[in-house]
Design a protein around this ligand. Structure first.
Ligand SMILES: [Zn+2]
Length: 116
């Protein structure tokens, strides 16, 4: 494995470990033992939803990182999953788990490319 790839792999593994820690830290079990007043309840539900949204993002990112790790193993890392062109190294440095090149990512964001 190339040195650059090893570094990428390490970066992905570090990020992965960090995300797992974060997800573990998100305690979604709200203590419902006592009967809280309605305002308190609304606040709790709100923060519960926020936390759920956060962990959804993190779960999704985790899946992207796992995918990127597989691509490292398969020696396909850095190739756009749509057009198979090389992804700009600057983009990869910023988002090591990027799936698409910038132009394909734009298509995804416009809903013109199926992102699954
Ligand atoms: Zn592309």
């Amino acid at each position: 494995m190339k040195k650059a790839l090893k570094e990428v792999k390490q970066k992905l593994l570090d990020e992965r470990a960090l995300l797992i820690e974060k997800l573990k830290g998100n305690d979604l079990s709200v203590d419902d033992a006592e009967t809280p007043d309605p305002v308190d309840l609304a606040v709790r539900n709100y923060s519960k939803n926020v936390m759920l949204a956060v962990s959804e993002n993190e779960t999704r990112q985790l899946a992207l990182i796992d995918e990127a790790l597989l691509r490292v193993e398969d020696d396909e890392y850095g190739l756009c999953q749509n057009c198979e062109q090389e992804i700009n190294p600057k983009r990869l440095a910023a988002i090591p788990w990027a799936r698409y090149c910038l132009s394909c990512q734009e298509l995804v964001e416009q809903g013109m490319l199926d992102d699954e």
